[in-house]
Design a protein around this ligand. Sequence first.
Ligand SMILES: NC(=O)c1ccc[n+]([C@@H]2O[C@H](COP(=O)([O-])OP(=O)(O)OC[C@H]3O[C@@H](n4cnc5c(N)ncnc54)[C@H](O)[C@@H]3O)[C@@H](O)[C@H]2O)c1
Length: 382
Amino acid sequence: MESGAGSGLRIGVIGCGTISATYMRNARLFAGVEMRACADISADMAAQRAAEYGLTAMSVDTLLADPEIDLILNLTVPNVHFDISQSALAAGKHVFTEKPLAASFAEGKRLVEEAQRRGLRIGSAPDTFLGAAGRRARKLVDDGAIGRPVSGTAFMFGRGMEHWHPNPQFFYQPGGGPVLDMGPYYLTMLVNLLGPVRSVVALTTRGREERLITAEGPFKNKMFPVETPTTALSLLEFENGALVNFGASWDVFRHSNHPIELHGTEGSLRLPDPDTFGGTVSLSSAGADWADFDSETAPYGAHNWPHAAPDRANYRMLGVADLARAITEGRPARAEGDLALHVLEIMEAILHSGETRSSVSLSTRIERPNALGKDEARSFLA
Ligand SMILES: NC(=O)c1ccc[n+]([C@@H]2O[C@H](COP(=O)([O-])OP(=O)(O)OC[C@H]3O[C@@H](n4cnc5c(N)ncnc54)[C@H](O)[C@@H]3O)[C@@H](O)[C@H]2O)c1
């Protein structure tokens, strides 16, 4: 099976686990990127993905040293992101990494600075904010449809991981938890719409000190300890003055909150799950009934996912395609490292505020990514 468009930025994947199949499958949708090779600490995983997607399997070191690779797509687990991205930059490669950018703000900052020092680029997931729903919401906000944003809510609530994941312990250790694992989708979307966050206050707790694995697998019916907060309720103050209540919890069985709502001086905006590229955006102008904007016919809005979640629009790789063109054009990418670093600082601030019960001011100040119009979005397709 052939992957990629046959020319463009030459990509090597490191980390051939679950999410790699998504990127490898999607790569062929895009022009300007050519997925060539893959590596994993497990040679078997690399060989399997290489066979499935027509790539060349290599060892990690061989891939990093390959002069025919321009960019390393880092799809390893979060606590390995820093080492792999750092090695890739040291080898003279551009990087695009799965979220989070690194396990800590300090490490993320080192990566962004290292890329700048070397004249290389580092981009990061999520790129879901560039999907049909995110673009629609951004245009409505930029066109003044809700006036000046004043307040909002964002809720990532769920029951956790141990009912479906056979090996869920790492989600509940420091570096895991709902804020770091799922926060990037919500916070990247919010920063894309409202601009940077100035300060954070939060309280955190955990619903259980131990959890029971009920998923099938070697640990079924085993208890394990919870070592990081599993519920965080935070208040984000944006530079533009807007206040957003962001909740992230794995202690919730069922709820009725919308993923994201924003309220301004002229109206209200409702967004779908920011972990997808599609979904319905709704606008109420000055209290009128919700007007719905469906994503199905817009670029990157159609459901395309036959596997685990058939209700999903999943175009991961869009951010990589934008980064590839940004390198050619010498412009900032949308899912650039500075955005991911700001989001990482927000997440760390939420956890730190929860520990210290005090307000945390952020040090990073970023520009919003350039809005992505429909025509430019479509132009990334092969
Ligand atoms: N699974 C999902 O649905 C999903 C969705 C969005 C984002 N992500 C993100 O993608 C990343 C990977 O998640 P995943 O679910 O694919 O994990 P996974 O455990 O299925 O795959 C990770 C792969 O990285 C490899 N790896 C680990 N350390 C390595 C090293 N030092 N060198 C080379 N390879 C190494 C592992 O062998 C494994 O094959 C995470 O950052 C996660 O947050 C996952």
